[in-house]
Write a protein that binds this ligand. Structure first.
Ligand code: LIP
Length: 266
């Protein structure tokens, strides 16, 4: 078993493709049995679980000592120092509604550092990849992020949680930002939002409430495209806040999000 980031990425891509095809082809089956998690509008389907289970089975066979952290089944034990971080269907609401904006997001961490990641949209076939030091790519296209450096020209991506009280706080932040930016896009899958920022389809992205599986692969892809990916006030990107933007735009967006208290009450 090779721990070379290139080899780990190759396996991650292979698994994301197989898992993505299972999710895409099984959508009608998913609609027949939709459950919920943190709130009635936070769905989980049989295909979320089946897609995660497929990846876990493949990894158990090919890399038996590795840990897996997945959105649906949590963390499994490991001992190799390698951890796979998986969102089997990121953008589950879009998936349920037939909106072609969802992804398999799979990252690989060695000793706690993300070294490889893939985000794949099974509907479009678009696939964003990165390994540490290797740059960020969509297929053969190298990613470099946006050249926009001021808020008034920025197309911002963001998202909202499932808890209504948090959504009210998030809405207040958006209400303050909207007059100051080019426009806002809420596309519904954090991993894709991070890849869009890496590619310059969004000038920047921010969101409060991301989970490790939403973030891990897209964070590396955005970083390898030259973006800063952080939290607020020196914190790393994570549940409190994630900001992904080119350095100059990151500075002004960060300052505004700090001013607005966008991470919510301490
Ligand atoms: C989704 C995130 C998205 C967020 C949604 C949801 P899920 O993840 O990718 O950024 O705004 O509320 O959390 O639940 O579809 O895996």
């Amino acid at each position: 078993m090779s721990d070379d980031p290139r080899d780990l990425l190759e396996l991650a891509v292979r698994l994301a493709r197989e898992a993505g095809e299972l999710a895409r082809s099984g959508r009608q089956r998913a609609l027949a049995a939709v459950g919920s998690k943190s709130s009635p509008t936070d769905p989980v389907t049989e295909l979320d679980r089946a897609t995660e289970s497929l990846v876990r089975q493949r990894l158990a066979a090919e890399r038996p000592g590795d840990e897996v952290l997945g959105e649906e089944a949590g963390s499994s034990s490991g001992g190799s120092g390698v951890r796979w971080v998986l969102d089997p269907i990121d953008g589950t609401v879009n998936y349920l509604y037939g909106l072609p904006q969802y992804a398999v997001s799979l990252a690989v961490q060695c000793q706690g550092r993300t070294v490889a990641g893939v985000v794949r949209n099974p509907e479009s076939g678009e696939e964003w990849t990165a390994f540490a030091g290797g740059g960020a790519w969509r297929g053969e296209h190298r990613l470099a992020g946006s050249a926009v450096s001021t808020l008034d020209r920025a197309l911002l991506g963001t998202g909202f949680g499932y808890d209504s009280a948090v959504r009210a706080e998030q809405a207040a932040v958006v209400a303050e930002l909207l007059p100051k930016v080019r426009d806002i896009r809420r596309l519904g899958a954090a991993s894709l939002d991070l890849c869009f920022a890496a590619e310059g389809r969004l000038d920047a992205y921010y969101e409060r409430g991301l989970q490790p599986w939403d973030l891990a692969a897209g964070e590396l892809i955005a970083q390898e495209a030259g973006l800063l990916v952080t939290g607020l006030a020196g914190e790393p990107a994570g549940a409190a806040m994630t900001i992904a933007a080119p350095p100059d735009l990151h500075a002004v967006l960060h300052a505004e999000l700090v001013r607005l208290g966008a991470a919510g009450p301490a």
